[in-house]
Design a protein around this ligand. Structure first.
Ligand code: ADP
Ligand code: MG
Length: 279
């Protein structure tokens, strides 16, 4: 079976700003993901995770490399325009951001947000079918039906993020990219959403690219991990291998910077210094 997502040699350099040199934000990033699989992109702030995410969903054009979803090259989007092509691309990949205000219309209620997406993507379904679909989506993200008429500012951060996830799932995408989507939430709310994401990928077969600076969070929802440092993949493999047998000092550093039972701040500083010397 073809992989749902194949990322091959993705490369992006931002042109120099007024004061600096060009930034190589992604250097030859490659990985593939089966249907229903889940890949974690981890690394510190500035390592290039968002750059890669944006190229996967087509918000930014790679300098080199390709993104293939269900066997189709995403690069065609930069040449084939038009509404039909745009809707088809949206069904390939959807993104959920850290700040749901970025993707939610403040004026729309929860059900209005979902109805709007369904109307654009499935203009031919009946009103009853659309209503049933909205109910299913709300259920899938664990949102109570009593919140249907709420607007974003009336919801908690966790509820808003559930709406953003429901909105992304409404088009039934092959790939869902979540860029620091739980990072701003309380730990207990984070945990609920991670459980939900695992259920969603099992039930719907959507493939996840889960982006976070926090390895502990990534480990909860992924079966593979790719560790980025300054635009490069310094380590990648199964989640278990990367967590239990990190081969790169940077991964070790990320592991020890996750506050856990054996968190040692001194060790982090030591590893960070060692890593800066070797890289
Ligand atoms: P992350 O998501 O891991 O924090 P980013 O992909 O946002 O990393 O950024 C990677 C690098 O690219 C950083 O050095 C950042 O400053 C730079 N960068 C990101 N976006 C732009 C842009 N639009 N223009 C110039 N530089 C950028
Ligand atoms: Mg980012």
């Amino acid at each position: 079976m073809t992989d749902a997502l194949v990322v091959s040699d993705l490369t992006k350099t931002y042109p120099s700003t007024r004061r600096g040199t060009p930034v190589a934000a992604a250097k030859g990033i490659s990985f593939s993901l089966p249907k229903g699989g889940s890949m974690g992109l981890v690394g510190e702030s500035g390592s290039g995770k968002t750059t890669v995410s944006r190229m996967i969903v087509g918000l930014s054009r790679p300098d080199a490399g390709t993104v293939t979803i269900d066997g189709r090259d995403r690069d065609r989007q930069w040449t084939a325009r038009g509404k039909k092509a745009r809707l088809a691309r949206a069904r390939e990949a959807q993104m959920v951001f850290q700040d749901p205000y970025g993707s939610l219309d403040r004026r729309l209620t929860v059900e209005g947000t979902l109805r709007d997406v369904l109307r654009r993507h499935r203009p031919h379904v009946s009103r009853e079918e659309a209503e049933a679909r909205i109910a299913t989506l709300l259920d899938r993200v664990g949102l109570d039906a009593t919140l249907r008429l709420s607007r974003p500012h009336q919801l908690s951060g966790g509820q808003r993020q559930r709406v953003a996830i429901a909105k992304a799932l409404a088009v039934d995408p092959a790939v869902l990219v979540l860029d620091e989507a739980v990072s701003a939430l309380d730990v207990s709310v984070q945990a609920q959403i991670l459980v939900l994401l695992n259920e969603i990928r099992q039930d719907s077969g959507v493939s996840l690219v889960f982006v976070s600076h926090d390895l502990a969070v990534v480990a909860e929802v992924t079966d593979q991990i790719l560790v980025m440092y300054q635009g490069e993949a310094v380590e990648q493999g199964s989640t278990d291998d990367v967590l239990q047998r990190p081969t790169h000092p940077y991964t070790e550093m990320l592991l020890s910077s996750a506050p856990g039972p054996d968190w040692q701040p001194e060790r982090v500083a030591e590893l960070r210094a060692a890593f800066a010397r070797t890289h």
